[in-house]
Design a protein around this ligand. Structure first.
Ligand SMILES: C[S@@+](CC[C@H](N)C(=O)[O-])C[C@H]1O[C@@H](n2cnc3c(N)ncnc32)[C@H](O)[C@@H]1O
Length: 248
């Protein structure tokens, strides 16, 4: 593993134990859960599908995918994230195969999944183009790629002030230092969020068909409504998008 990947891995290893304390990372309501499941059924389809969750984290997407009835495999660079995800799967009695692996060099055969999904992962990769090619490699022809990613972060003065204020409250309530970030030491092409036109262009150039991006409005609103106020004031600044396309 190169230095950049080691830094990223250590960051997520450290972050794993507090990851689910951030309200945006977990489900806010049954209504939100139903909306996610309906979205996956629409994009991937019903039935016995084999689905890969890249950068599975503590299992947010994988739990819902397994509950839909898909055969789910989760992969993550961080062993500690995998351990946390494993505990959550066991507690729910869900059979999800979880393993350590790199989103840009997946330990799976060509054309072995009906669907590849992920949330908030492309931004933390040093080589997003390589990842998109790799995700296409493991998809079966006709298989679906569906992932979620934030638009560009705002850099305006009011946003920076709000962010500092939110960080102070996170420090007090979640017992973690939100200023201690991996952005400081690693250069990530999409680290500050990314315009959807840029992602669409990358997906088309990677050879995907039926490329589309949809703002994740309804789910975003449900999340935001149920968040503590100190998250709500800064989460409204950047929209999350759902990207979907097929391997033709
Ligand atoms: C923001 S978290 C998202 C976790 C999960 N997808 C979710 O939505 O809750 C990013 C995840 O990507 C993982 N990750 C970072 N770089 C990776 C890589 N090169 N390969 C696989 N996973 C990676 C991190 O360990 C972390 O679990």
């Amino acid at each position: 593993m190169n230095d950049t990947k080691s830094t990223i891995k250590s960051y997520w290893d450290r972050r794993s134990s507090t990851f689910d304390l951030s309200p945006g990372h977990t489900l806010s309501s049954k209504k939100e859960e139903d909306a996610w499941k309906a979205l996956f059924l629409d994009k991937i389809g019903p039935g016995d599908k084999r689905v890969l969750d890249v950068g599975v984290g503590t299992g947010f997407l994988s739990i819902m995918l397994a509950e839909i009835g898909y055969s789910v495999v989760g992969v993550d660079l961080s062993e500690e994230m995998i351990k946390n995800a494993r505990k959550k799967m066991d507690a729910r009695g869900l059979k999800v195969r979880l393993e350590v692996g790199d989103a840009e060099a997946l330990p799976f055969e060509d054309a072995s999944f009906d669907g590849v999904v992920n949330r908030a992962v492309l931004w933390t990769l040093p080589n997003p183009k390589k990842a998109l090619a790799e995700w296409k490699r493991v998809l079966k022809p006709g298989g679906t790629l569906c992932f979620f990613l934030h638009g560009p972060h705002s850099h305006g003065l009011s946003h920076r002030l709000t962010k500092q204020f939110t960080n102070l409250i996170i420090l007090a309530r979640e017992r973690r230092n939100p200023w201690k970030s991996l952005y400081d030491s690693v250069d990530l092409p999409m680290g500050g969020g990314v315009e959807s036109s840029v992602v669409i262009d990358l997906l088309k150039k990677a050879g995907y068909a039926g490329v589309r991006s949809d703002p994740l409005k309804e789910i975003g609103q449900m999340k935001s409504k149920n968040m503590p106020w100190y998250y709500r004031i800064s989460s409204q600044k950047s929209m999350q998008y759902c990207y979907s396309c097929r391997k033709s």
